[in-house]
Design a protein around this ligand. Structure first.
Ligand code: PEP
Ligand code: MN
Length: 340
């Protein structure tokens, strides 16, 4: 249920209203936008008489929100959320960013890749130190040493980092190292213990859609993070499993406008895991941008054939720089279309 607050209400009246609701055992979510203030009421709201709420001076309108996701719901928070990833890098609400780097942190070679992606315009550096591999015998990542290396290289370039956390027991290590954005990978998108643990922090979370997750399930996963108190969630479409085998996954371009309609959270497109082949990464990146993505996550490696993981889908720095030029053109074309 949401209560839309009268424009004339004072902060005192609003505080009073919120504590009145909370005293009745409900949680609240206050969204103070430029044009509207909305109080989201979370709990078994069947016990609340909407007419009683509407009779209060401060309340303009009351509406029931039928979707099970509340904090992630655009009805609770009509304005786009903008996530501050550190180092002055914002995502969402018109701020567009590209996250780029190798699938895995592999050692000193990271520095050259990081410099190349920054020079091409990437706003965040990615690199996995803990890798979720389908086989336990595949390379599992450098662990803590990988995180240290990632932080060191990114620090030199003044870039925020994105790195995947797989285990709730590692969240504290990510906090201690100062990782700017914690990625929850597709395979862990319904690991509720992990979602709750990252939710107890305020560190931005890049939440990937599991390959078998419906859009509503992704939003419920975001709700797990947000319900613990962390509002800084970015949703990521990275391809879903379909009957098609020519590509690693099928990029669900529909998910981008659908998520934007249902939620105020930024939406990132990952054309690398969505396709699994470097030759398809650029066209799908452009499709994601044209569909309105707030950012992209792209794997880049200077020697893809020698990459320790996901080499087949890595763009070379040259291909990435070309992609960045065209991404800017697509954004310009789409913006012009929105204005027209
Ligand atoms: C990754 O980003 O390297 C990764 C493993 O992604 P996903 O969880 O989407 O497969
Ligand atoms: Mn990868």
């Amino acid at each position: 249920m949401i209560a839309i607050i009268n424009e004339t209400a004072t902060q005192d009246q609003l505080d009073h209203f919120v504590s009145w609701i909370e005293r009745r055992g409900f949680k609240t979510n206050v969204s103070q936008g430029a044009s509207e203030t909305i109080v989201g009421i979370i709990g078994d709201t069947t016990q609340i008489d909407p007419l009683l709420l509407e009779s209060l001076d401060i309340v303009d309108q009351v509406r029931r929100v039928s979707e099970p996701f509340k904090k992630a719901n655009r009805k609770f928070h009509p304005e786009d959320t903008v996530i501050d990833c550190g180092h002055g890098v914002l995502v969402g609400g018109g701020s567009f960013q590209v996250i780029a780097g190798p699938c895995s942190v592999e050692g000193e070679g990271l520095s050259a890749i990081a410099r190349a992606v920054k020079a091409a315009g990437a706003g965040l550096l990615r690199g996995g130190a803990y890798k979720p591999r389908t086989s336990p015998y595949s390379y599992q990542g450098m662990g803590e040493r990988g995180l240290d290396l990632l932080m060191e290289v990114a620090g030199e370039l003044d870039l925020p980092v994105v790195s995947e956390v797989m285990d709730p027991r590692d969240v504290q290590t990510f906090l201690d190292k100062g990782v700017d954005v914690m990625q929850v990978g597709a395979r862990n998108s319904q690991n509720f213990a992990l979602l709750r643990e990252v939710g107890k922090t305020k560190v931005p979370v890049l939440l990937k859609r599991g390959s078998g997750l419906m859009i509503d399930e992704l939003l419920m996963a975001a709700e797990y993070v947000m319900s613990e108190g962390n509002p800084n969630v970015m949703l990521c479409e990275r391809g879903i499993r379909t009957f098609e085998t020519r590509t690693r996954n099928t990029f669900d371009v529909n998910a981008i406008p659908v998520l934007h309609r249902l939620s105020h959270l930024p939406v990132i497109g990952d054309p690398s895991h969505a396709t699994g082949h470097a030759r398809y990464v650029r066209p799908i990146a452009y499709a994601a941008v044209a569909a309105g993505a707030d950012g992209l996550e792209v794997e880049v490696h200077d020697h893809p054939s020698e990459a320790w993981s996901d080499g087949a889908q890595a763009l070379t720095p040259r291909q990435f720089a070309d992609a960045m030029r065209r991404i800017a053109l697509v954004r310009e074309a789409v913006r012009a279309d929105e204005e027209g």
